[in-house]
Design a binder for this molecule. Structure first.
Ligand code: ADP
Ligand code: MG
Length: 178
């Protein structure tokens, strides 16, 4: 993680070539989301420090954390209710995520995703890959099995220039309360 975070300093370079990262574990509660939150904080820090050093105005939104589970629930509810205004707003929000310099897609391995929803996620990932913008994915599906959720082409593209970071061990959920 430290080696990965060190590359965030390159974000102001002409061609930063910062890798994406895939945080995977079969079991839940191994710290993927916690780590992704740490990574986005590190990105923000590097952004503000770098901007100050260059005498530049920092971006209003240098990074975004996107909970795909929560998003999918909101999307499905709006779709079921036939709420087009809400659907459009949700679609717009996800489309905007394509343009943010650093994005966390938390729980990208949603097997139950509808065709329409998968299409939206697909478009965001594709746009980010095409523009060379780094994305941190968390998932309970191995990178190699992503083709079952999305199509093989997108699965291949996610694997491009992406660090595979498997998480092991047992769930740490509830440890804090003890
Ligand atoms: N290394 C760790 N040691 C102790 N608790 C941890 C650790 N990593 C995560 N946790 C805690 O375990 C719980 C689950 O972590 P989370 O990041 O949500 O897991 P995942 O996203 O892999 O399902 C959270 O309450 C978190 O605060
Ligand atoms: Mg999680």
């Amino acid at each position: 993680m430290d080696a990965y975070v060190a590359t965030f300093e390159r974000q102001f370079d002409d061609k930063p070539a910062i890798k994406s990262a895939y945080l995977y574990s079969d079991e839940p509660g191994t710290g993927k989301t916690t780590t992704a939150a740490g990574l986005i904080n590190a990105w923000l820090r590097a952004h503000y420090v770098g901007a100050a050093r260059l005498g530049r105005q920092p971006l209003r939104k240098p990074a975004e954390f996107f909970d795909l589970n929560e998003y999918q629930t909101a999307y499905n509810l709006a779709a079921m209710a036939g709420d087009d205004v809400k659907l459009q707003a949700l679609t717009k929000r996800l489309n905007e995520a394509a343009r943010v310099p650093f994005l966390v897609l938390d729980d990208v391995g949603i097997r139950s995703a509808s065709e329409a929803f998968r299409g939206l996620v697909h478009a965001v990932i594709n746009a980010r890959l095409a523009a060379g913008r780094p994305t941190v994915y968390t998932s309970n599906i191995e990178m190699g099995d992503l083709a079952d959720v999305y199509d093989a082409r997108l699965a291949d593209r996610i694997r491009d220039n992406c660090q595979d970071l498997p998480f092991v061990g047992k769930s740490k959920r509830g440890l804090r309360k003890k």
